[in-house]
Each structure stands twice: as structure tokens, then as C-alpha cells.
Ligand binder design. Structure first.
Ligand code: NDP
Length: 334
């Protein structure tokens, strides 16, 4: 027993890549102990990102090392502090970008990976915040250099990143054209402030983006679908448009002819939050930009469907099957 609690806990572990429901196994593991500079969280909510799904299927940007404990982004109350940790206290609700290990009842993380959240937040809101909003900020500002009055195209607009990007773009004074796969998803985008919404499979989608943007095309494109849709993004961009390559949700290869960039003086920039987080200055600037917006409620993490820990594989499958909106949340204590 550890101070009144049992010394084992439930945790997901993946030992090989493969179909989600075959390789995601719920097991028991020792409750981890925080080392120097680390904290232990009683995990209240895990935010599931598309990247979590790809790490399990073995299709992520970097190779997954097995055994792998999924759950890159989570939130909960601090229940133990390792040696030398300052600035945090037991009982405090924090979000955490530990990169893995969140799909468990308890998780240990370096204190440096903790993200403060408003006291008014629920654990689910806290877990829905860091990845999507920091990525949206970097896409719109750090790399995208978006300006008020410009048009930004947001794909997968009702998803976790999409709903964050729409809200942030509107607060920054930008105009938003949103793409998503269903009318229900387009309504979510409109309710968050998207100015124009277009079905992802509308046969006239390229022309409709042009029409929405006064014939110019979008100045900034947040490209998350990839595959054959990538080429379309180039056609939807304005002269001197900036295309931020953020994801490849289609999991298809894309072919780019560099001359297509020449035709309208386009710029293409990759974005990976994991490597951008290593840039302390960029991270500080993003936190400074986001903190007042989150604290004042001008932008709100959109909590999507919520699942019990035992239903994690179903939650991952639902993201892959495009059934979810907002940030999918898993609650390990139930
Ligand atoms: P979402 O909640 O947006 O879910 C993924 C969405 O992708 C789906 O809902 C679906 O929206 C859309 N999609 C389009 N085509 C497909 C397809 N063929 N199969 C499945 N989904 C498809 O997830 P996230 O917010 O976690 O991520 C969105 C994208 O942003 C992903 O590509 C992800 O990898 C990327 N990302 C990248 C980061 C980085 O650091 N580079 C950080 C965060 C996210 P619809 O049905 O409307 O088309």
C-alpha cells in the first residue's frame, strides 16, 4: 500500500503495432514513483489526439518503440512531488505534455512538461487544451504569420485542432473558411465563428474557397489531410499564400511538383509541435499569447465524446473512423 492507496493500477500498454482493438491491452502495473524533478498525477482525463492513434497503428512520424504506454496529453491533480520540484503543489490540477503514459490511473511526468491551467477548468478541459491550442497558435502565428483580415483555411474543422484553430483565428481577427466531412461538423465550425463552411467532398470545393475569399484564395492554409487533398490545398491558396503542413489524416502519400509552388509564389512550412516545444522562446511566446485567451474564456477547449479507460480502443477507433468532434477524452478513474 502507498499512503492508503493500492500499489498497482490499471494501465494500457501496446507491445506491437497493429489493429487498435487487437493491440491495445488493459493491464496492471505498479503505481509509478516520481524521481527528482518529476511529479505524479492522479490522471483525471486523457486527451486523445490523432497522433496517439498513429503511434499505436505504427504510422506516426517517428517509429514507436515497444512496449509503449499511450497517452501523450493528460490532466489531473498532483498527488506526489519528486525531489527538487518547485512551483507546484499537491492537489493542484495541471495539464501535462509528457508524450506518453497518460492512459493509466497514475502517471509520472517531468515537472517541465506540466502546463498550468485556469482553476475553473475541469480535468477534461485541461486535457483538451495543450496539444491543439499550442499547435493552432504556432500554425497561425509563429509559422503562419497570420494577420487580421486575412483568410485562413481550416481543414477537419470540427476536430480537436480544427475547433481550436477556428477560435484562435477569429480572436486574431482573421476570416475563416472551414472544411469538414458532414453538415453536423460544419455547424460546429459555424457556431465557433467560421465565416464560410464547405463540405470536404463538395465537388465545387476549390471554386467555393475562391469565391469565399473574393477570388483570391486563402492567404494561410492549415493542411492536415494530405494525400490527394494536398494538391487541392495548393489550388485553394492565394498568391504568396502560406501552407502549413501539420498532418496527414488521410494516411495517403502526396505528390508535390515544386513548380506548383512557383506559379503563385507559395510558401510551404512543416510544423511538428514536439520539435517546436524544444524552442523555449517560441513556446514562451505561444504560452504568453494563449494564457490570457484561455483564462478569459475567449477561447474554450472543446471537450468531445468521453470514454471510460476500458473503452480506450473504441475511442481510438472512433477518431480513425471520423466519428468524433472536439477533443476525445478518456477518464481513467472510471
Ligand atoms: P481530429 O480531432 O481533427 O480528428 C481527425 C480528423 O481528421 C477527423 O475527424 C476527420 O475530420 C479528418 N480526416 C480527414 N480525412 C481523414 C481520413 N481519411 N481518415 C480519418 N480522418 C480524416 O484530430 P487532431 O485534432 O488530433 O488532429 C488533426 C490533424 O492535425 C491530424 O492530421 C493530426 O495528425 C494533426 N496534428 C498535428 C500536430 C503536429 O504537431 N504536427 C499536432 C496536432 C494535430 P473530417 O471528417 O471533418 O474530415
Amino acid at each position: 500500500m502507498l499512503g492508503g492507496m493500492t500499489d498497482t493500477m490499471k494501465q494500457f500498454e501496446v507491445t506491437r503495432s497493429g489493429p487498435l482493438k487487437e493491440v491495445m491491452a488493459l493491464g496492471e502495473a505498479p503505481v509509478p514513483q516520481p524521481g527528482p524533478g518529476e511529479v505524479r498525477l492522479k490522471v483525471g482525463a486523457v486527451g486523445i489526439n490523432f497522433a496517439d492513434v498513429l503511434t499505436v497503428t505504427g504510422e506516426y512520424l517517428t517509429r514507436t518503440r515497444y512496449p509503449y504506454a499511450p497517452g501523450m496529453e493528460f490532466a489531473g491533480t498532483i498527488d506526489a512531488l519528486g525531489e527538487g520540484v518547485q512551483g507546484f503543489k499537491v492537489g493542484q490540477l495541471v495539464a501535462c505534455l509528457a508524450g506518453k503514459g497518460g492512459l493509466a490511473q497514475y502517471a509520472v511526468s517531468p515537472a517541465a512538461a506540466l502546463v498550468p491551467v485556469p482553476e475553473t477548468f475541469s480535468a477534461a478541459q485541461a486535457a483538451a487544451f495543450p496539444v491543439s491550442f499550442f499547435t493552432a497558435y504556432h500554425a497561425l502565428k509563429t509559422l503562419g504569420r497570420g494577420e487580421a483580415g486575412e483568410w485562413v483555411l481550416v481543414q477537419a474543422a470540427a476536430g480537436a485542432l480544427g475547433t481550436s484553430s477556428i477560435q484562435l483565428a477569429k480572436v486574431l481577427g482573421m476570416n475563416v473558411v472551414a472544411l469538414a466531412s458532414t453538415e453536423e461538423k460544419l455547424k460546429i465550425a459555424r457556431d465557433l465563428g467560421a465565416d464560410v463552411t464547405i463540405l470536404q467532398d463538395d465537388p465545387d470545393r476549390i471554386q467555393k474557397v475562391k469565391d469565399a475569399t473574393g477570388g483570391q484564395g486563402a492567404a494561410l492554409i492549415l493542411e492536415v489531410v494530405g494525400g490527394t487533398r494536398f494538391e487541392e490545398s495548393l489550388q485553394m491558396a492565394a498568391n504568396r499564400g502560406r501552407i502549413i503542413v501539420i498532418g496527414n489524416a488521410s494516411r495517403e502519400d502526396a505528390t508535390i511538383r515544386p513548380v506548383e509552388l512557383m506559379k503563385r509564389n507559395l510558401t510551404m512550412t512543416g510544423l511538428w509541435l514536439t520539435s517546436l516545444m524544444q524552442d523555449a522562446e517560441a513556446t514562451r511566446a505561444a504560452a504568453q499569447g494563449l494564457t490570457p485567451l484561455i483564462a478569459s474564456g475567449k477561447v474554450v477547449p472543446q471537450v468531445g465524446p468521453t470514454y471510460a479507460l476500458a473503452d480506450s480502443a473504441q475511442a481510438f477507433q472512433d477518431i480513425l473512423d471520423r466519428k468524433t468532434t472536439g477533443k476525445v477524452i478518456i477518464e481513467p478513474q472510471r
